[in-house]
Design a protein around this ligand. Structure first.
Ligand code: ADP
Length: 714
């Protein structure tokens, strides 16, 4: 009879029923006859021994080893059967040969005679370099508290020791840091006290200078007034000789008065007590005043003097008297240090609204570059010796600089020995009640670069004359030679060439000039090329400027993913450089369209159609890529497929039309299906159009694109 399903199953079950766990032979063989009852191991104890992380050895009252767990056997490399033949003396001998410090064992040896001997210490073994073990020896007691044997235990504590060492190290460092911190706080406190006394001394100095100046000015004014009365012969005739003498008195008095005024101004500015009166003034009228004020000073010289004002300039607002003082200081220096030639004052607008650029230019003795900083320090003269050729106190430029800064501007000097100097400063418009806010470094740099005067004395890189008929290229490289070579390549070409030598200047110049093309090195001071690229691509004003990376670093993937339009690895030949720049130019004139489609063959078809007409195209094969590319580049149109994995066309459209950077880019949705009401609801924004794939033909697509571009005024 065939067994039924049920019985078969039953039989099978019977077959596979696991056998009852056999009483596993203990991992440590125990010679049962030697084992006192009190330390016979039950299965649980056995398992604990077998699996213990510590090495364990059990010795009976007669000194015979009766158990050694697997950890002990493996640690000491002794076979279990062998160790079970040993007694405690043999074990100790073995340890003596293995341990680093056998003396400890030697000492223990006598004490081990006592059955109650207990020990807990740390040992290391020659065989295990750099490892530490916690050793424990302790009696085993039976239920009546009588000795039943002895237990040896070794626990590997290496890891704990290392952690302890690290912890101790951290604690030490923490302590050092805390004490340094305390020292720093102390120094900071002391600095505070010192600063306070410096401030007090400064206030006292300012008060003293101010009082003394007032006291000196009163008699001086009398001297000057009386001199002029005498010179006007109000009290009768004077001889020629007397006239000469009185003129000397008057001139010395005026010099003294100027010095006192400078000291007074300086101390007022130092202590923040200089009053400013901001008001509107007419720049042409102001220039006229300067012109007439300066005439007497020019009388004894053969110098040519002219004032050039940009036609656009009319009304500006600042403290006119201070501005006059600044310009007269600079002009009187120019007269003093120009034995022959010409002096001019140029007044021009800058790229920044209401910021005016003033330049005092002379063809005099010039200043060595090493002295550019020093001349603005109070009491500093380049030739301060007793035999110096030119008089003066060295206060004029210090006062001038401080005053310009008070008006919210900044001054710089460009000069060459024997050729002349240009003192150039910019002043923003300030009205009464305005909080004079200093210009940012970026603004100042951009303004200085944007308006450096061409005075013929310097051929520095920063002197730029933009020819509006030409395209402008910005070369960004910190290597002078690389800039020199690129400039040579571009010489006589159709470009105005601007240069920037660090990342910050590159960004400032790009924002200020909006060049047609930028070539960008990667290794730059302040901000590297990657940062510059990202920064420019984030800014709507500079987003569209094609940037060609020109670098020794070859990382095209990163460059293009950050939005570079081209990537050239140095060294670059002249032909290659010019060819690639031309290409960037040409492509700039064409409208750029982004095709978004995960189906490459469909995307290529659209691409071919666009390229066959007057368009440049780029393809994104996923929604993610499309959003990222649209944020970095400025497209005239996005052609968008609706059905794509992950981020579909609906999501891309929503993203583009809600992002301020891309919200105005028109989108042409290409769809193969008729849109349901549900679909329609999902389409968002104003600037999207639908194109059914069923209507698809080259002509129809181009017609639709031209219609959109016209409607959107792209
Ligand atoms: P000073 O009263 O000596 O003219 P300033 O502070 O006005 O003091 O100028 C400081 C120094 O700067 C002058 O001593 C001179 O060496 C130099 N300097 C200033 N202006 C000119 C200039 N236009 N040409 C050459 N050197 C100048």
């Amino acid at each position: 009879m065939r067994p039924s399903q049920g019985s078969k199953k039953k039989n099978t079950l019977k077959k596979v029923t696991p056998k009852k766990p056999s009483k596993r032979a203990p991992a440590v063989k125990v010679k049962k006859n030697l084992l006192p009852k009190s330390i016979q191991f039950d299965p649980i104890q056995r398992t604990l021994m077998d699996t213990a992380a510590s090495a364990i050895l059990v010795i009976d009252t007669r000194g015979k080893i009766i158990a050694a767990n697997p950890r002990l056997c493996s640690l000491f490399g002794i076979e279990e059967s062998k160790i079970l033949d040993w007694n405690e003396s043999r074990w100790i001998e073995y340890l003596e040969s293995t341990l680093d410090n056998p003396d400890i064992i030697a000492k223990n040896r006598e004490q081990l005679d006592s059955s109650s001997y207990t020990c807990s210490d740390e040992v290391s073994f020659k065989a295990f370099a750099n490892r530490f073990f916690q050793r424990q020896i302790q009696p085993i007691l039976d239920s009546k508290n009588k000795s039943a044997g002895r237990l040896w235990k070794f626990r590997d504590v290496t890891y704990e020791r290392h952690v302890e060492v690290i912890y101790r190290d951290i604690e030490k460092k923490k302590f050092e840091l805390e004490s340094k911190n305390q020292q720093l706080q102390l120094a900071y406190k002391e600095l505070g006290v010192a600063q306070k006394s410096v401030d007090e001394a400064n206030t006292l100095k300012s008060q003293f200078l101010s009082n003394m100046s007032h006291e000196l000015r009163t008699p001086l004014n009398s001297i000057l007034a009386l001199s002029s009365i005498l010179l006007a012969r109000m009290d009768g005739e004077i001889t020629e000789e007397q006239e000469k003498q009185i003129k000397i008195i008057e001139k010395s008095g005026k010099n003294l008065l100027r010095l006192i005024n400078d000291i007074l101004d300086l101390s007022k500015m130092d202590s923040g007590r200089m009053d400013l009166f901001f008001a509107e003034y007419s720049i042409p009228e102001f220039a006229q005043t300067i012109h007439s004020t300066i005439q007497p000073m020019l009388r004894e010289t053969s110098l040519q003097f002219k004032i050039e004002i940009d036609d656009e300039l009319d009304i500006h607002s600042t403290d006119e008297n201070k501005l006059k003082q600044i310009i007269l200081n600079l002009l009187s220096n120019a007269i003093k240090f120009t034995p022959q030639g010409s002096i001019s004052l140029q007044i021009k607008p800058t790229k920044f609204v209401d910021v005016i650029d003033f330049s005092v230019i002379d063809t005099g003795i010039g200043i060595d570059q090493s002295n550019f900083d020093k001349i603005f320090d109070p009491f500093r003269q380049i030739d301060g010796s007793a035999t110096r050729r030119y008089g003066g106190t060295g206060l004029g430029l210090a006062v001038t600089k401080k005053m310009i800064e008070l008006l919210g501007g900044k001054i710089t000097v460009e000069s060459e020995l024997g050729k002349g100097s240009v003192f150039k400063f910019v002043i923003p418009s300030k009205k009464q009640g305005d909080n004079p806010k200093p210009l940012t470094e970026d603004q100042i740099n951009a303004m200085f670069l944007a308006s450096s005067p061409k005075n013929g004395i310097s051929d520095s890189d920063d002197v730029i004359a933009i020819d509006p008929a030409k395209k402008t290229i910005l070369l960004v490289d910190d290597d002078h030679e690389a800039i020199y070579i690129a400039k040579k390549y571009l010489a006589d070409g159709p470009y105005n060439v601007l240069t920037a030598k660090d990342g910050d200047a590159a960004i400032a110049m790009a924002k200020s000039y909006l060049p047609d093309i930028i070539t960008l090195d990667i290794m730059l001071p302040k901000k590297d090329g990657w940062e510059v690229l990202q920064d420019l691509k984030k800014n709507p004003a500079t987003l569209n400027i094609p940037i060609a990376i020109v670098s020794m670093i070859d990382n095209k993937k990163l460059g293009f993913s950050l939005g570079a339009a081209d990537y050239l690895v140095k060294p670059v030949t002249r032909e290659m450089f010019l060819k690639r720049l031309n290409k960037l130019h040409e492509s700039r004139g064409l409208k750029k369209i982004l095709i978004v489609d995960d189906d490459l063959s469909q995307a290529e078809l659209v691409e071919e159609i666009l390229e066959s007409d007057d368009f440049n195209s780029e393809v994104a094969t996923s929604g993610d890529a499309a959003i990222a590319m649209a944020r970095r580049n400025s497209y005239s149109l996005v052609i968008l497929d609706l059905l794509m994995p992950n981020i579909d066309g609906f999501a891309v459209l929503k993203n583009l039309q809600t992002d301020p950077l891309t919200e105005k880019v028109p989108v042409l949705v290409l769809t193969g299906k008729l849109l349901t009401q549900e679909d329609q609801k999902k389409l968002s924004g104003k600037h999207y159009y639908i194109f059914q794939k069923s209507m698809f033909s080259r002509e129809k697509l181009l017609e639709q694109i031209y219609l959109i571009l016209e409607k959107e005024k792209v």
